[in-house]
Design a protein around this ligand. Structure first.
Ligand SMILES: [Zn+2]
Length: 357
């Protein structure tokens, strides 16, 4: 009967194959076993080929058993393959895992071109640090604001001529009220004061950095999307001297020795009295140059004592509380700190420019 596997050996064949297959540790090893056990030169294939030597009855019975054995082994391989691939996938994930605690050497860093924060973000972080050091907390508010927060509560009722000081992007016009992209960070002041009045949690000492929008044509000193930082103090017996002192302390802390601030009378609807604040020109350090038009001073922002009409709008008693507010452009600050000739460079994403900071 040649080399044909005896009928009683077929179950042993399956048992042996199972043992061998279970021991496989990789897909590659499993592929090799599959060829060895089921391939053309396997014992099983040979037995199948020699079926012809048997008489009809034996051939049918033996053939059926060989077929069942093959099916059983195929199933064992299939199950094992699923198991092995799952384990291999897990091992690959572990191998490819990024180790966040890994220390990157300067040598490696120089080859991978590591990213960094945008100069405006860096400037914002530094400004916030200075104010936090002076005892301010940081607050934020939405960039899409209702007309009431952006204008009306800031003492600019509809049709107030001062509204034309801000070229406004309107998201929704009219009823029940317009929605705008905030033209300044001042609406955050209103939100803070409302909340403090509601919770009786005065005083307030806060700075509010954020993105603002105006329909301006960008030029060397203006952007349509820009960043402001605004400060608000509401406390008892606040005077203009407190405001001037805060601005001078900030100016020296941020720009360094030799740079000072001064206030010049101005007008804003939400402060009374109002002032523009200027700092020593950082280019000529006060001697006079083209950037400062020979004056030695550069305008940085606006400020003033909170107008009692604003306190009325948010429900704070202006007999008991007083306050000051100031605001200035973060982009402008970066421009002066790093002597950037054209502010539009900040948004052009030219890597040669970005890498300077
Ligand atoms: Zn100058």
């Amino acid at each position: 009967m040649g080399n044909v596997i005896a009928v009683d050996s077929i179950s042993k064949l399956v048992t042996d194959a199972r043992k061998e297959i279970q021991g496989a540790r990789s897909s590659a090893e499993l592929d090799q076993l599959e060829t060895k056990i089921l391939g053309k030169r396997s014992l099983l294939a040979m037995a199948h080929r020699e079926l012809g030597e048997l008489d009809l009855e034996q051939r049918k019975e033996h053939g059926r058993q060989l077929h069942e054995a093959r099916q059983a082994i195929e199933k064992i391989i299939e199950d094992k393959r699923a198991d092995v691939s799952k384990r291999e996938r897990e091992q690959r994930l572990i191998a490819e895992r990024v180790d966040l605690s890994e220390v990157i050497t300067d040598e490696v860093r120089s080859t991978i071109g590591r990213g960094k924060l945008h100069v405006v973000t860096q400037t914002c972080d530094t400004l916030v640090d200075v104010f936090v050091g002076m005892g301010f907390v940081v607050e934020e508010g939405p960039e899409a604001e209702t007309d009431w927060y952006n204008f009306e509560a800031l003492n600019m009722p509809p049709a107030h001529p001062a509204r034309s000081m801000w070229d406004t992007f309107y998201l929704e016009l009219g009823e029940p009220e317009s929605v705008v992209l905030r033209t300044h960070t001042s609406p955050v002041q209103i939100r803070l004061m409302e909340e403090a009045a509601r919770k009786s949690s005065l005083p307030i000492h806060a700075v509010m950095p954020g993105r603002c929008y105006r329909t301006e044509t960008p030029d060397a000193r203006h952007l349509a999307v820009f960043h402001q930082i605004e400060g608000l103090v509401v406390d008892e017996a606040i005077t203009f001297g407190d405001l001037a002192g805060t601005i001078e302390t900030f100016t020296r802390a941020y720009f360094g020795d030799g740079i000072h601030s001064r206030l010049r009378p101005s007008y804003f609807p939400f402060t009374e009295p109002s002032a523009e604040f200027e700092i020593t020109c950082t280019i000529c350090r006060g001697d006079g140059c083209r950037t400062c038009s020979g004056t030695g001073w550069i305008e940085l922002g606006g400020c003033g004592l909170v107008d009692p009409a604003v306190f009325d709008a948010v429900g704070i008693d202006s007999e008991e509380w007083s306050g000051f507010a100031f605001g200035f452009g973060i982009d402008r600050c970066a421009q002066m700190h790093y002597q950037i000739a054209d502010m539009r460079s900040l948004t052009e994403n030219d890597l040669r420019f970005m890498r300077r900071f």
